[in-house]
Design a protein around this ligand. Structure first.
Ligand code: PLP
Length: 400
């Protein structure tokens, strides 16, 4: 039995796959990372060659919108994160990825089930744009189990949306159970897996048909690009690709190269984000002014048992609630901070904070002030000091 490392003939471990995925010699020509091929037009030597390119499957130079080896390498690398996926489509933002995947399976008359914990632009798309186009939708409690969700299916239900943990409120869903119930009913599932980055949770092996992530977050990792991806099973990939092409969805080679650079370090960065976030979350949980920490790895988070069952790790995004509230609490807490900067998005190397006011249709609003933090790659001791000072600023004066 070998004791000095893995058998090189075994499938590579995930960390090793991160270093190797997408590096086909015919795309890189021996260079470690694929060159940035900026392209709209491809020219052909003959009409026959031109016609063959038009008929070829995706990974063949045809016209810029279908990509070049730069985009293909990124897409192939992302497919490697979701075992069982047949391929990955790239989109200019996470929102474009979600909208396209939804339109790939819904027609006028279709019905969508949307978790109450969905990212707000997802909810707006489903309850606004999609409804305006004749697609019905109902909002469901994200903590429902498989039996509960099955009761909500109707003959028109075409799509079950999943997002775990939920945006701002961090409920962990029973993704394997809900996906199995949907598959049994002939309902397609689309998981927003941005929090886990398809690294600490994998949606296709859990039974989902399409798995989306905002590459803007952890794959990009440096707050300098917007991009989204959807990986799909062999059954769903053709219609997803058709819809993406019909809507003209594509990304620039420059951004694809940046995203691929982020991809190579996803494992080490996420491990650090996760460790620091847990340290900060555990510290917050001990502060008297903090009533609840919504971090999936802590028992105070709804769905924590599912997190323990399904996830192999965590990431750097969570929320917490305070015992105090008021119109000026957010400004007093956040404005003077040193290391946490006020800003939307997350997943970058820099820590961010936002006052979190989740817009929920089923759940009541939280009682106290709530903040969402994205823990970056700074020393967690500095982040804790920043939060300690912020808690001091909003603590009620001690009574004499
Ligand atoms: C940010 C985000 C998106 C959208 O991604 P963009 O790349 O910003 O369009 C989708 N889902 C979740 C959960 C997000 O946090």
């Amino acid at each position: 039995m070998p004791t000095d490392g893995r058998d090189p003939h075994l499938p590579p471990s995930p960390e090793t796959a991160l270093a190797a995925a997408g590096r086909r010699p015919e795309w890189t020509h021996g260079i470690v990372s694929p060159p940035v091929y900026r392209a709209s037009t491809v020219v052909y030597a003959s009409v026959a060659e031109m016609e063959a390119a038009a008929r070829a499957p995706d990974v063949r130079l045809y016209y810029g919108r279908r990509g070049t080896p730069t985009q293909w390498a990124l897409a192939e690398a992302l497919t490697a994160l979701e075992p069982g996926a047949a391929g990955t489509l790239l989109f200019p933002s996470g929102v474009a990825a979600l909208a396209t995947a939804i339109l790939a399976v819904c027609r006028p008359g279709s019905h969508i089930l949307l978790p109450d914990s969905a990212y707000e632009p997802t909810a707006s798309f489903v309850l606004g744009f999609a409804r305006d186009h004749g697609i019905a939708a109902d909002v469901y409690d994200p903590l429902l189990d498989a039996e509960g969700i099955a009761r909500l299916f109707c003959p028109e239900t075409a799509l079950l949306l999943l997002e775990s943990p939920g945006s701002m409120t961090f409920e962990v869903q029973d993704v394997p159970g809900l996906a199995a119930a949907a598959r049994a009913a002939g309902v397609t599932t689309l998981l927003d897996n941005s929090w886990a980055a398809s690294w600490v949770f994998k949606g296709i092996p859990a039974g989902c048909d399409m798995v989306m992530q905002s590459l803007t977050k952890y794959v990009g990792g440096h707050s300098d690009l917007l991009m989204g991806a959807v990986s799909a099973t062999p059954a769903l990939l053709p219609q997803l690709r058709r819809t993406a092409h019909a809507l003209g969805q594509c990304v620039s080679a420059d951004d694809a190269a940046l995203a691929l650079r982020g991809y190579r370090t996803l494992g080490v960065r996420l491990a650090r984000h996760a460790a620091s976030a847990l340290a900060v979350a555990r510290w917050l949980a001990e502060q008297p002014l903090v009533t609840r920490v919504l971090h999936p790895a802590l028992p105070s988070c709804p769905g924590h048992a599912r997190f323990l069952r399904d996830f192999t790790g965590s990431s750097g995004l969570f929320a917490f609630e305070l015992a105090v509230d008021g119109p000026d609490i957010a400004a007093r807490f956040c404005d003077p901070m040193h290391h946490f900067r006020l800003g939307y998005s997350w997943g970058g190397f820099e820590s961010l904070i936002v006052p979190a006011r989740p817009h929920r249709r089923l759940a009541p609003p939280p009682a106290g002030a709530r903040f969402r933090v994205s823990i970056g790659l700074e020393d967690p001791a500095d982040l804790i000091a920043d939060l300690a000072a912020a808690l001091d600023r909003v603590s009620p004066p001690a009574s004499a």
